[in-house]
Design a protein around this ligand. Structure first.
Ligand SMILES: N[C@@H](CCSCCCCC(=O)O)C(=O)O
Ligand SMILES: [Zn+2]
Length: 401
């Protein structure tokens, strides 16, 4: 529309809650378009319709932000441990395609477009600040060329690398959001959760918080620590949180990737839409104003966040056309006992069973305790020796670290 100026992220946060989108790598992996392991977004080029559809589902569910699918799209990651995406398509093309797809769908609603960067193999390999910032700069330049509305540094587990990322983002004039994949125990170099928030804000981030690795409850415990530390430091960035949609009370410091169920047997841990009502309300009451999701978050989870905050936002998402509040649509069911469940008190008080009689309630996380600088994490182009099975029939492959 001529002369129509989309309201920017900071103006929107000043007026009330902004709803993020959900977990692209997990959702597209389940749909057969992203490979677990590398988790890289070459699908933007290989199957753009799949990415468009997922963006559209999140827009319909109430997302105010279309995050370009650029996660793990740094050149070094796209050629790490046998990945051919860099050589086949190039990081620049994958990032640009991600921006184009996000912009296409954002224009179908009043959504903003976000360009995101994340942790790099170069950092884990100890290549140093210049090499790491060079990887970030290549992605950020594509985002600026393609007119994204703001930038996100997400999924960092070392505050040092996060600060380097924010520094590169601040070379632009765009608002910067920053979220660490940490819980209440702090980052992997033992910097406290609160101090990570202070350092993100001092590095220049306008919005700071937590994403991934932990469930809503644990993530909000981390956010509470961030809020206190920021207040003590006299800093007032906006707060953001985008947790997992998996229950992880048994996760250690590294979060869900240390759980034995990661990544292919997390289904019993999936949060219900009703869990997301509680999450959204708790986050809003804590003063968090950017409320979204990460791995495991499907559009119906985001719709629940949007429905819980409908009064604050003055609207319900279009996806609520097919979802009366709190299950009210069940009044149209043929069976009376199902109709009897068409109300809030039933779903809010239900403690759903897992249906897995031989499953433990909790697992014992792996605890390899390795992080940046350890040889096991170093980047390499070659496929990891002793790799797993390469065909369905060959399932006896033994994998070395
Ligand atoms: N914005 C991203 C966040 C992905 S967080 C990825 C967690 C798994 C990473 C790994 O196992 O290396 C997304 O929407 O998928
Ligand atoms: Zn995630």
């Amino acid at each position: 529309m001529g002369g129509y100026a989309k309201k920017g992220i900071l103006d929107r946060l000043a007026q009330g809650p902004v709803i993020g989108d959900g977990g692209f790598v997990f959702a597209l992996e389940k749909r057969g378009y992203v490979k677990a392991g590398p988790w890289t977004p070459e699908v933007n080029i290989e199957h753009p319709q799949a990415v468009l559809q997922l963006h559209r589902e999140f827009l319909r569910a109430g997302s105010d932000v279309m995050q370009a699918f650029t996660f793990y799209a740094s050149d070094d990651k796209l050629e790490n441990r046998g990945n051919e995406a860099q050589q086949k398509y190039s990081g620049a093309a994958i990032n640009k395609a991600g921006c184009d797809l996000a912009k296409d769908v954002a224009s179908e609603g009043d959504a903003l477009v976000l360009g995101g960067i994340c942790q790099t193999p170069s950092y884990l390999s100890g290549l140093g600040k210049d090499a790491v910032q060079n990887e970030f700069r290549k992605q950020i330049s594509v985002f600026v060329e393609n007119g994204v509305d703001f930038l996100l540094c997400e999924y960092f587990e070392h505050i040092e690398e996060m600060e380097w990322a924010i520094e590169v983002c601040k070379e632009t004039s765009l608002p910067v959001a920053a979220s660490m994949c940490i819980g209440p125990e702090g980052d992997l170099h033992n910097v406290s959760t609160g101090q990570c928030a202070v350092r993100m804000a001092k590095a220049g981030a306008d919005i700071v918080g937590i994403n991934c690795h932990f469930d809503p409850d644990t993530s909000l415990k981390g956010m509470a620590l961030m809020k206190v530390a920021l207040a003590e430091a006299g800093l007032k960035p906006y707060l953001m949180v985008q947790p997992l949609a998996f229950h992880t009370p048994d996760a250690g410091k590294q979060g869900f990737i240390d759980l034995p169920e990661f990544p292919f047997a997390l289904e019993p841990r999936i949060c219900t839409r009703w869990d997301m009502h509680k999450y959204a309300r708790d986050a809003f009451n804590m003063g968090v104003r950017y409320i979204g999701g990460c791995c495991g978050f499907e559009p119906y989870h985001i719709r629940a966040v949007a429905e819980e905050l409908a009064a604050e936002r003055g609207k319900v998402p279009r996806g609520s056309e097919k979802h009366d509040p709190w299950g009210g649509g069940l009044m149209m069911h043929t069976k009376p006992w199902v109709r009897a469940r068409a109300h809030r008190s039933y779903w809010e008080s239900l403690k759903p069973s897992s249906g897995q009689p031989y499953s433990a309630a909790l697992s014992q996380p792996d605890g390899w305790g390795v992080t940046a600088g350890n040889k096991l994490l170093e980047q390499q182009k070659e496929v990891t020796p002793g790799s797993g099975p390469t065909t369905i029939g060959d399932c006896n492959g033994s994998v070395s670290a």
